[in-house]
Design a protein around this ligand. Structure first.
Ligand code: GDP
Ligand code: IMO
Ligand code: MG
Length: 434
């Protein structure tokens, strides 16, 4: 049975949580493999509406094992809070498993995230401020603290001491801020370790054993591929190691690339971005406001799940999306929020860029160039009919069908799943993913 990766195809918030919640029905294991609580995944199902930052979106099914892989940066306080609030709502969290190799976000990571953004000034990345980037910097610098270190004072105390000796020099010397007081830090994180200990297990064995028993495994990506450290709009990207794109999935749970059979890319029917950085199809007019505030009265407008920031809005960028299809090796596209276009009299898709009078069809690597490109649009008629109750492709308005077919052509990838609303059942399954 396949191991399937679900990955964001744009700049995040494409509806990955919603798609994982739908696909998890058939899976035995659902695993997060990258990033941290910079992610915010919304799930709307018969239990209510939930915003998950670390716990995988499979947690609402009673019999699934939900895994936080070695590739994830875990803020123990946030994770324990999330477990607690799920339990308060009657969700069983006993099937949660955490890798002892996962990285830990420490107080200095949150502080440095904020100080570093201040230092960058006008060139700030616009991070979520959760300490995720600095945590991965320490992982790569071999100065990180891992979940396994929280389980024993003998391991934790010297690691905290040497990390803080270094970080306080950075905090005072580079950023000119007050040093962090280590007092109580070790005890507090040991206590988190004790509370998380029942969840800690060998994630690699768990994933591979399920696979070998013939059960489905779903690997849940965070962020979007255009925020990828290597392939995204650098330097306005996220710092996850492993990457949140499909290449990071195997690494982030400890399996090999040949164990993965399918990769599903989630794309919105238009584009959004939070934080700074180039966004060729960004809109500043009344259309942006209409798309952003669709569903706002139900708390479902385009406002960040993690930070509440208004999301920047633009038309679908097929140049960037096709690039994302290619470097993720996508087998299928899941197209979300089609219903948000229901009241648009016409819909644009960016099919190429214009750069200094020339037409280009590839995403430039350099930020200074990407900031200068102008979108070349194709305009399609809208359908001006509600799609939220449609469940079969043939029942979609012809203009919506034409839009989807054009997306497939431009992205060079089949659209196997269409989402027409936030709730689990509001989907059109064109070809079953598994
Ligand atoms: P994620 O980070 O990729 O999981 O996405 P977010 O949860 O941050 O943002 C996606 C938003 O779109 C959430 O509010 C979802 O409930 C909502 N959503 C997902 N799919 C659809 C859809 O097809 N239609 C509508 N109207 N909302 C959707
Ligand atoms: P989900 O999983 C949207 C963005 C931030 C910022 C950049 C770097 O919900 O799709 P970071 O805090 O990671 O150092 O910020 O990345 N970003 C996201 N944008 N959705 C996310 O996650 C994001 N995670 C990070 O806004 O631009
Ligand atoms: Mg999100």
């Amino acid at each position: 049975m396949p191991i399937v990766v679900v990955v964001g195809g744009q700049w995040g918030d494409e509806g990955k949580g919603r798609i994982v919640d739908l696909l998890a029905r058939k899976a035995r294991v659902v695993a997060r493999y990258s990033a941290g609580n910079n992610a915010g995944h919304t799930i709307v199902n018969e239990r209510g509406e939930f915003k998950l930052h670390l716990v995988p979106a499979g947690i609402f099914y009673p019999e699934k094992t939900c895994v936080i892989g070695n590739g994830v940066a875990v803020d123990p306080e946030v994770l324990l809070g999330e477990i607690g609030s799920l339990q308060d709502k009657g969700i069983d969290t006993s099937r949660l498993v955490i890798s002892d190799r996962a990285s830990v976000i420490m107080p200095w990571h949150r502080l440095i995230d904020q100080l570093d953004e201040q230092l960058r000034g006008d060139a700030a990345i616009g991070t979520t401020g959760k300490g995720v980037g600095p945590c991965f910097v320490d992982k790569v610098a071999r100065r990180g603290i891992r979940i396994g270190d929280l389980l024993r004072a003998d391991d934790l105390a010297p690691r905290i001491k040497s990390a803080l000796d270094y970080q306080n020099r950075v905090i005072t010397g580079v950023y000119g801020a007050e040093p962090i007081d280590a007092g109580g830090c070790c005890e507090r994180y040991l206590e988190y370790g004790q509370r998380l200990a029942p969840f800690v297990a060998d994630v690699q064995a768990l994933v591979l054993d399920a696979h070998r028993r013939g059960e489905y495994v779903l690997l849940e990506g965070a962020q979007g591929s255009l925020l990828d450290l290597d392939h995204g709009t650098y330097p306005y990207v996220t710092s996850s190691v492993p990457s949140s794109s499909s290449s990071g999935a195997a690494l982030g749970v400890g399996i090999g690339p040949t164990d993965i059979q399918r990769v599903v890319g989630v794309f919105k029917s238009y584009c959004t971005r939070v934080g700074n950085g180039p966004f060729p199809t960004e809109l500043f007019d009344e259309t942006a406001g209409r798309l952003r505030d669709h569903g706002k009265e139900y708390g479902r407008g385009e406002y960040g799940t993690t930070t509440g920031r208004p999301r920047r809005i633009g038309w679908l960028d097929a140049v960037a999306a096709r690039y994302s299809v290619r470097f993720n090796g996508l087998s299928a596209v899941a197209l979300t929020r089609l219903d948000v276009l229901d009241e648009m009299p016409s819909i644009k898709i960016c099919t190429a860029y214009e750069l200094d009078g020339e037409i280009i069809e590839a995403l430039p690597a350099r930020q200074s160039v990407l900031e200068r490109v102008r979108p070349v649009y194709e305009e399609l008629p809208g359908w001006m009919t509600p799609t939220t109750d449609v469940r079969n492709f043939d029942d979609l308005p012809p203009q919506a069908q034409a839009f989807i077919r054009r997306v497939e052509d431009l992205l060079e990838c089949p659209v196997d799943l269409i989402s027409v609303g936030p709730a689990r059942e509001q989907a059109v399954i064109v070809n079953p993913i598994f």
